[in-house]
Design a protein. Structure first.
Length: 219
């Protein structure tokens, strides 16, 4: 184990109790109206010793060690509570997107955690959107379809993130009870210069429309 990884893991174990995590919120805009239609909660970690640690550095370690379960629970509760707080301040209700990791999806307490969080914060289920990546969907499709269906029964929305980078097909995607497709930013970034990326993005948008899904482009 490298010294850097060991240092991150050691500090990560105490990050929650020391209140070192915080959430940044990224707005989602409607293309035509430019109105804010939702926000995405992004986990950030600022440690007194390490400074600002990027998600790329600490999320994989949190996954491997299982720390992502309590951290993810904190993210979910904090994001939902913030959404309700904004509404109490008079802001219009918007959808709050929260990322789920594969380890969280495999956790047997996930459904109960979602129900408990919604009840504790008082947030309407339809204002919560849980995001999973396309590669996670293909990890165990049969089990995940069952789990995602149960999440949908709670009233929560579902999104597939980084779409276009994995191996799922239209035939498989239509079997998942999802509401939103997020096109991976690697396709969006070079659209003006790259005709292939433009064609792929157009195909995903058209597919989304056919399946009555919301399509989000990451920039």
């Amino acid at each position: 184990m490298s010294n850097e990884r060991l240092t991150i893991e050691t500090n990560l174990r105490h990050a929650m109790e020391r209140n070192e995590f915080y959430l940044a919120y990224q707005a989602k805009l409607a293309l035509k109206t430019r109105a804010i239609t939702g926000v995405e909660a992004l986990l950030r970690w600022n440690n007194p010793y390490l400074g600002s640690v990027t998600p790329m550095q600490f999320i994989p370690i949190a996954e491997e060690t299982g720390m992502i379960i309590p951290i993810g629970r904190w993210v979910l509760k904090t994001a939902c509570a913030q959404n309700v707080a904004w509404q109490k301040q008079g802001l219009p209700p918007v959808c709050m997107a929260v990322n789920l990791s594969l380890r969280q999806l495999m956790d047997e307490n996930l459904l109960e955690d979602i129900r408990t969080t919604l009840k504790a914060t008082g947030m309407a289920p339809n204002l919560l959107e849980l995001e999973i990546t396309e590669s996670m969907v293909m990890h165990n499709p049969t089990r995940l379809i069952s789990l995602l269906t149960k999440i949908k029964e709670i009233g929560v929305r579902l999104a597939i993130d980084d779409f276009g980078t994995g191996y799922s097909s239209l035939a498989q995607i239509k079997n998942f009870p999802i509401d939103t497709l997020k096109v991976d930013r690697s396709f969006i970034r070079d659209i003006p210069q790259d005709s292939e990326n433009k064609a792929i993005t157009e195909a995903i948008i058209n597919m989304g429309k056919t399946l009555s899904l919301i399509v989000v482009a990451e920039v």
